[in-house]
Design a protein around this ligand. Structure first.
Ligand SMILES: [Zn+2]
Length: 453
């Protein structure tokens, strides 16, 4: 199933849930009226009614992801996600998605990230009952229908997915090399959630059952509904269908997570059979709720804008982008470029370094108000996408314990002064905390890339 690679270029953005002042003085109002409760088995439920269109987005997030893979079985959470589509007590093998299709569902799939596994579907309002029943059925019974044949087939499918997205994909290995360079041995983010044929080959049904007992109980999941439904009716349906689901049977293993401390610039070089060279500059950054989270997000985004315009102007890069991926154990910020033909990687890295240095000595950040406007605008548009809102609600709830965190987030953004972001350039975003990855175009190297010694 679809896999959200941790390095996706998803910019975190901010939203307002009550009238907020944009820099131009326009008052913006985004409703934010999610309610939250828990069933006696520990399942957490968030309901957010919006009656503008006759659809409901369901998002069932299990708080388990690549970070929870057993050391010897990287990719187990992802493989488990695949098995969840293969039948349960009342759904025939492989009939889960076709059943949703018959209900008129769209945007239905699953995804496994470093931190979590989400199952989601957007259905016509009159199909909410069936969709809840389907999710409850597989939460309670899918594991009892795992068998050797299905496991062997899904391993093969994951192998093919890995070949498509990693092994045979341009620069497919680069994120793997970066994770291994950025996170210390033993860190749960050191491998990507995809897994590899080698790490998944030995997975047994017993491994999957042990994983289920630890991570797939009702108390390790959050169900979010956004859209056209009545909260009272939805609550009764959820209590009836999910109420009998069992909580986790075993506690997750205790572990110590080593801190990610990039204390000196590290550099890795990758050769790949791609037409242009590339550069990625990666920083480990604070997690949501930690000091410096908003400052590093704003600082990274503004630096990305500046680097983009200067690199294009100097014909150093074909394209430049910045990404910020909040994580529960570590956030990742990155500026990446596809170099222009003949452009030097060193010159691009120097440009990034110069921009960070100049911004760390600035007296004010001219474009900070523009950044505020763009994120508020993005969140207004986000309201039109039920799937995206449901997933964002999960993020707020998981990171802050508050599905309506949009307002505190907007306040934090409003309070973000230039001086604090400028300080971040000299500390969190300093170049001596960054990992620099240089990709050299080499027709003899594999397309996915090989790490040079
Ligand atoms: Zn998959």
């Amino acid at each position: 199933m679809g896999l959200k690679i941790a390095w996706g270029a998803v910019a975190l953005s901010f939203a307002a849930c009550e009238p907020a002042r944009s820099p131009g003085g326009v008052r913006i109002s985004i409703p934010s009226n999610a309610t939250k409760f828990s069933l006696s088995n520990g399942l957490e439920v968030v309901l957010n009614e919006d009656h503008r269109a006759p659809f409901v987005a369901l998002n069932l997030r299990y708080h388990v992801g690549g970070k929870d893979d057993p050391v010897e079985h990287a990719g187990l959470a992802h493989l488990y996600e695949h098995l969840m589509f293969c039948g349960s007590a009342h759904v025939a093998r492989d009939d889960f998605l076709p059943t949703l299709d018959r209900l008129g569902a769209r945007a239905h799939n699953g995804t496994t990230t470093r931190d979590y596994t989400e199952y989601f579907e957007t259905v016509p309002a009159n199909a909410l009952d069936e969709a809840l029943w389907l999710e409850a059925d597989r939460m309670q019974t899918a594991v009892d229908h795992f068998d050797e044949a299905t496991l062997a087939r899904e391993k093969q499918i994951v192998d093919n997915e890995e070949k498509l997205k990693v092994e045979n994909s341009a620069l497919g290995n680069v994120s793997t090399f970066i994770a291994a360079a950025l996170y210390p041995p033993g860190h749960p983010y050191r491998h990507l959630p995809m897994g590899t044929p080698e790490t998944l080959r030995g997975v047994t049904l017993e491994d999957l059952h042990a994983f289920h007992d630890r991570y797939y109980g009702a108390d390790n999941a959050t169900l979010v509904l956004v859209g056209d439904f009545d909260s009272g009716v939805a609550r009764r349906l959820i209590e009836s269908y999910f109420g009998p689901a069992a909580p986790s049977k075993a506690p997750p293993p205790a572990r110590r997570v080593a801190a990610v401390t990039a204390s000196a610039t590290k550099r890795i070089r990758v050769n790949a059979a791609v037409p242009y060279g590339a550069v990625r500059v990666t920083w480990p950054l604070p997690v949501p709720g930690q000091p410096g989270f908003y400052e590093s997000w704003a600082g990274l985004t503004l630096a990305g804008w500046t680097v983009d315009s200067r690199a294009v102007e100097r014909k150093l890069a074909e394209s430049v982008s910045a990404s910020f991926a909040p994580g529960r154990l570590s956030t990742t910020g990155e500026i990446r470029a596809v170099l222009a033909p003949g452009a030097s990687a060193d010159a691009f890295v120097e440009l990034v370094s110069d921009v960070i240095h100049a911004l760390s000595n600035a007296t004010r950040l001219t474009y900070l108000p523009d950044l505020r406007s763009s994120v508020i605008g993005a969140d207004v548009f986000l309201q039109e996408d039920l799937y995206a809102r449901a997933s964002r609600t999960q993020f707020y709830d998981e990171a802050y314990g508050d599905p309506n965190h949009v307002m505190p987030e907007l306040r934090a953004l409003d309070a973000l002064e230039s001086s604090r972001v400028i300080d971040a350039y000299g500390s969190l975003l300093a170049m001596d905390r960054a990992l620099v990855t240089v990709v050299v175009a080499d027709p003899q190297a594999p397309l996915a890339g090989a790490e040079a010694p």
